[in-house]
Write a protein that binds this ligand. Structure first.
Ligand SMILES: C[S@@+](CC[C@H](N)C(=O)[O-])C[C@H]1O[C@@H](n2cnc3c(N)ncnc32)[C@H](O)[C@@H]1O
Length: 217
């Protein structure tokens, strides 16, 4: 297993992996591979948009060992758990609105001490700000209209340094050209004073999705 240019991300030359911080436990049926008594979890790009972003040529990767991450739209913890493997001395605050997904998220958080779950609405940071002691990075993957505005609100509320925002174009407007929607989201982020680093399309792994990276590394 070799290190990649991204801290905490490994490769066997073909697939991506993170070091499993809950050895023996898979989160979404991913392969577990042990090398020299260290266990790694395969990071599957068709299941995780952050892995798809790296596979699509994304270069902005603000996660370090001690980074605190506010994760909006954690669902059952697929991507959040890989981030938790990377930020081993930091915390991943996981916000999820759906009680059904939250039920699956809780056991994932129980086996990883640096993941903290909140059943809350990401459009209302006051619902979880009491439990978030600082967020260096905001990661957002929420399939609802107004994705850029929700991101801006949280980025400012927690005075984050950087962030990654998934834009699902069909959640903004099914009839619009996705490229225009990415441009409009970028414009909104810039008008709010955020520095856009790159916009990376995730097709074909995630059709009509892009990742927008903002802030300082
Ligand atoms: C595409 S899924 C996220 C997948 C996840 N990020 C991953 O990679 O493992 C989007 C999630 O956002 C949640 N969501 C939608 N609107 C939300 C809101 N306002 N606040 C919090 N979560 C929300 C949905 O319930 C859903 O679980």
């Amino acid at each position: 297993m070799k290190r990649t240019e991204f801290e905490g991300v490994y490769t066997d030359g073909e697939r991506l992996y993170t070091r499993n911080s809950a050895p023996g436990k898979a989160v979404y049926g991913e392969r577990l591979v042990s090398v020299d008594e260290v266990q790694y979890r395969e990071w599957v790009p068709t299941r995780s948009k952050l892995a798809a972003y790296l596979r699509s040529g994304g270069t902005f990767f603000p996660f370090r060992r001690a980074t605190s991450v506010l994760y909006l739209g954690a669902a059952s913890g697929t991507t959040a758990s890989h981030i938790a493997d990377i930020v081993v001395e930091g915390t991943v605050y996981c916000v999820e609105i759906s009680p059904r997904s939250f039920r699956d998220l809780v056991p994932v958080c129980e086996s990883r001490p640096n993941m903290v779950p909140f059943l809350a609405d990401a459009t209302k940071p006051q619902e979880y700000s009491f439990g978030v002691s600082g967020a260096d990075v905001v990661y957002q993957d929420i399939a609802q209209r107004g994705q850029a505005q929700i991101f801006i609100k949280n980025f400012k509320a927690f005075s984050a340094r950087s962030g990654l925002l998934v834009i699902k174009s069909r959640s903004e407007d099914v009839s619009q050209d996705p490229h225009r929607i990415y441009e409009e989201s970028k414009r909104q982020l810039q008008s709010a004073g955020l520095q856009v680093r790159e916009v990376v399309k995730l097709d074909p792994m995630e059709k009509d999705h892009a990742m927008i990276a903002v802030g300082s590394p």
